[in-house]
Design a protein around this ligand. Structure first.
Ligand code: PGA
Length: 249
């Protein structure tokens, strides 16, 4: 592992491989839980945090960390989708983490993909984040196209939780989890950039060469809505945990 301080606000931890990346991010979350047992954790779905969740579940099982007072807030959810649909992010979180730790399920929040009024759901989701006092530590993945949450590349970005259209590139990438591209929901409810920025610390996880282009843009420091993750250069406390494969040679 190598740690580089690239800018005042950003630390980059370069790991040998995915397993080390998962250990590093689980360790940061563990530290946060020890520091504040009633922390609010901002969580992400996707392939990248799966290893982190596995390690957190193991550490919970062996009694090293306690989730009983933890609250979680997830970044996003497809729309429309039922929470019981195996492709929903609610289902993913239940499977990967919530069912495996001693968390109170009523304190786990994922946008409701079955909400009849998605706009109302967005407003209430944002209000909930505020009522919780903001997020202590937010885990983020990064899309091949540089999205964070479902804040997709665009000429402008939304500040708060909103309903958004998925880009063809995201639909194509995510179709690996569905029978066909046509089955991928075309919309999602996602926290906006300002919602994410309410987190006191952000951990961006990136693994593999498909992410090199997007991560390189973040590290170059230019801020550009065509790669939403570059806005992280404006947040005061970001840790990027990546593996060697995702950095340029
Ligand atoms: P991944 O997704 O972890 O499956 O690569 C990340 C993302 O699209 O945000």
């Amino acid at each position: 592992m190598k740690v580089k301080i690239c800018k005042k606000n950003m630390k980059v931890i370069v790991c040998e491989d995915y397993e080390e990346l998962s250990r590093q991010s689980a360790e940061l979350i563990e530290k946060q839980i020890h520091l504040r047992p009633n922390s609010v954790l901002g969580l992400a779905t996707g392939s990248t945090p799966i290893g982190t969740y596995r390690i957190l579940a193991e550490r919970n099982k062996t009694g090293v960390i306690d989730f009983s007072e933890i609250t979680t807030v997830n970044l996003d959810e497809y729309y429309p989708i039922s929470p019981t649909d195996p492709q929903s992010y609610r289902y993913f979180m239940n499977e990967q983490l919530f069912s495996k730790v001693n968390i109170d399920i009523d304190r786990t929040f994922v946008p409701d993909g079955s909400a009849v009024d998605p706009i109302k759901e967005c407003i209430e989701y944002e209000e909930r984040i505020d009522r919780l006092g903001g997020i202590d530590i937010q885990i983020l993945g990064i899309g091949v196209n540089g999205h964070i949450g479902f804040n997709e590349p665009d000429l402008s970005l939304n500040a708060y939780t909103h309903l958004t259209d998925l880009t063809p590139s995201t639909i194509a990438v995510n179709s690996r989890f569905f029978k066909s591209e046509d089955d991928v929901p075309k919309k999602a409810i996602t926290m906006g950039m300002a919602s994410i920025f309410k987190a006191r610390q952000i951990i961006l996880l990136a693994s593999g060469s498909s992410k090199t282009k997007a991560v390189t843009k973040v590290l170059e420091g230019d801020i550009d809505t065509s790669c939403p993750a570059t806005l992280l250069n404006l947040h005061p406390n970001v840790i990027i945990i990546c593996d060697r494969d995702c950095l340029p040679n």
